[in-house]
Design a protein around this ligand. Structure first.
Ligand SMILES: [Zn+2]
Length: 437
């Protein structure tokens, strides 16, 4: 009864939780004390060693170098490093790490040496209809399991110093807020890594694009009406890439706020705008018949293009172009053709496909008179079909038993009910309804 009474009183008093709250009890940033919030870095530069707290911020804050324009920072830090408030006599941090918002734990990496993040946790939040992710790294211990629902402020584990480049003195929480880039990350990674296994499924840091958490935490603390999708859509674009459409753009499916027109049709190409750190902020359908990703625009910058775009755009002044790294980045956003999915027993939660459009791209599917099989992202779907569905497919495509995607007549769509799925295993869909839109 008491918690319910308390909740009722809070509701009456108008007290409202911030959309995203500070992930430890350290809230010094709110009081204008960044030096007590951010964990410093040890910096050796031009013969001097300093300990600037600025190195704990998000962005290009590390590895200073002298350039004709002054001192520049070459290394990107994709989160904020938060100081502990409490330590035991031996100097071990004692702070609880708290869920920044209510959500579902989607990844817990308990092995300190399995990642540069050390022990880390990823939580998925449904905010304004979109999945947003928070990541908590360098933990001493974890207290939650994948699949667990957590409340805002619930302890996820304890702050620590596990992972690369960190020791007891500099123990801190590395905290990120971001979005998932691809539902097909594992296949992309498997095709590009030289035998180095991915131990983190979709929740490898490479597949999470982070934005600066500080303005989000500050704005959410001060404004109960704060909207994160509005904040993200308002970030400044620095470059744009146009690339051929692809059947499984996780980015657009998860983040409809990227498309202000609200129309996610099947254009031949998309142009996506990114911030200088590669965070997507806007998407627009493009009629340009591109066959490979190309740079559509880059903001003028006194620094080299590579520095202004996290290495995704390069080339001499006046002749910018996508770098190899930029091309690989677009490959991650789109679907790698013919990628096979490695087997794993890991289970994910239920997924609802309401209407999945299949334009041209790397989608492949096949059917017989009785069965239909395809991949949607990393998920292999197969289901039994009846004669009516089979005839619909045969009418839609000029082949009897299956097709590769190159020349689909869009728009083709099928509708599935709620589909329980494993990201790596085949699963029978109980009640498919297929139709040509
Ligand atoms: Zn960090």
């Amino acid at each position: 009864m008491i918690p319910r009474l308390l909740a009722a009183l809070l509701a009456i008093s108008g007290a409202q939780a911030a959309l995203f709250d500070f992930p430890t009890k350290n809230r010094a940033l709110l009081d204008g004390r960044p030096e007590d919030f951010y964990m410093y870095v040890e910096r050796d530069f031009e013969g001097a060693t300093t300990y600037p707290w600025e190195g704990g911020q998000f962005g290009f804050v590390r590895r200073p170098q002298r350039t004709p324009q002054g001192v520049d920072f070459a290394r990107f830090h994709e989160g904020v490093d938060i100081q502990p408030l409490l330590r035991d006599p031996a100097g071990n941090p004692l702070d609880d790490v708290l869920a920044s918002a209510a959500g579902r734990v989607v990844h817990v990496s308990k092995e300190a040496r399995a990642s540069n993040y050390g022990r880390y946790i990823v939580v998925e939040h449904r905010v304004e209809g979109c999945p947003i992710y928070t990541l908590y790294a360098h933990l001493a211990s974890t207290a939650v399991e994948p699949g667990q629902e957590v409340r805002q402020g619930e302890a996820l584990g304890r702050l620590g110093f596990s992972g690369a480049g960190i020791d007891r003195t500099r123990a801190h929480l590395h905290f990120e807020i971001g979005i998932l880039l691809s539902g097909n990350f594992e296949a992309w990674y498997a095709a590009r890594s030289a035998g180095d296994p991915n131990k983190h499924g979709l929740y490898n840091g490479m597949n999470l694009s982070g934005t600066d958490p500080a303005p989000i935490l500050l704005a959410a603390a001060k404004d109960p009406g704060f909207q994160i999708t509005k904040h993200l859509a308002g970030l400044e674009p620095v470059f744009k890439i146009t690339f051929p459409n692809s059947p499984d753009l996780t980015l657009l499916r998860n983040s409809p706020w990227l498309v202000p027109s609200g129309e996610i049709a099947n254009p031949p190409a998309w142009t996506i705008s990114f911030t200088g750190t590669g965070f997507p902020v806007r998407a627009a359908a493009s009629q340009k018949p591109v066959t490979a990703p190309e740079l559509a625009w880059v903001k003028d910058s006194p620094a080299a293009y590579t520095r202004a775009t996290r290495g995704l755009v390069g080339g001499p002044a006046g002749s910018p172009r996508l770098t190899e790294s930029g091309k690989r980045f677009v490959e991650l956003l789109t679907c790698p053709p013919g990628a096979e999915t490695p087997a794993s027993a890991e289970e994910a939660g239920p997924l609802t496909f309401v209407k999945v459009g299949f334009p041209m791209g790397c989608m492949r599917f096949a059917w017989s008179e009785r069965n239909f099989a395809t991949h949607v992202g990393n998920v292999r779907l197969r289901f039994t079909i009846n004669r009516v569905i089979h005839e619909t497919l045969v009418q839609a495509f000029p082949v009897e038993r299956g097709v590769e995607s190159q020349n689909f007549p869009p728009p083709f769509a099928f509708t599935l009910g709620d589909v329980g799925y494993s990201p790596h295993k085949s699963r029978k869909v109980p009640d498919p309804r297929i139709g040509v839109a």
